[in-house]
Ligand binder design. Sequence first.
Ligand code: ADP
Length: 268
Amino acid sequence: MTGGTAAGTAERTALVELTDVAKQYGNVRALEGVSLEVHAGGVTCVLGDNGAGKSTLIKIIAGLHGHDAGTLRIEGEETRLTSPRDALDRGIATVYQDLAVVPLMPVWRNFFLGSEPRRGAGPFRRLDTGLMRRTTREALLRLGIDLRDVDQPIGTLSGGERQCVAIARAVHFGAKVLVLDEPTAALGVKQSGVVLKYVAAARDEGLGVVLITHNPHHAYLVGDRFVLLRRGTMVGNYTRDGITLDELTQQMAGGSDLDALVHELRRS
Ligand code: ADP
């Protein structure tokens, strides 16, 4: 199903592997027969239009929803995730498009939100702000992100910069798998390029990345594997050597649906 080549990564145990996964909401079949692999140092792109099932797939990998059928393996072990905390404890970090940040708080404060280091003892215990500032700066630089000032409120950063901070945060806190929910959807060309650069940096740090997108160009810039969803079913699952950018674009454009539309519009 993966189409991996003998010389490729097929023999290595995947960090995350879904096989024939399905999910139903009441009578609505949101996903059916979806399989994918995420490997260390690789980027698996999930492409699909609205209603394709991308969010449902993320929710299964992020531990928000259980799957109804099929299997989920993490590092070879079949499992069911019970909560987002469970997913995080197993090294799966998810960065949502509408990042949960506190806009008026500085970048470093947001970076450590919920896991602040403290120093001192008893009533004198307090936040180690110096350490947090320093660590944030170092964690950003590690991925090559040169932010002018980690003291500025995170709300003053551009959307792309905020995505980059979230990626650096996941890497710093030891994620093995990074799930990115349409990180470039609301961004212009230049900012999208910057975000994709840091997606590649996370990959080069050895993380396995799941990149959700509806942009085949963005996917092809960084992707090793491409899973195409349409109306809840998997219509394609390719390794990079199995599909060209043109083919991916054609598939995303709707393939024969698009040809029919072109024909119809021409007549009218
Ligand atoms: P995408 O993220 O690709 O737009 P979704 O995963 O949000 O796709 O949706 C896939 C299908 O499942 C759609 O038909 C959608 O209407 C349906 N769906 C998603 N979430 C729910 C829900 N909580 N209850 C009922 N139907 C849902």
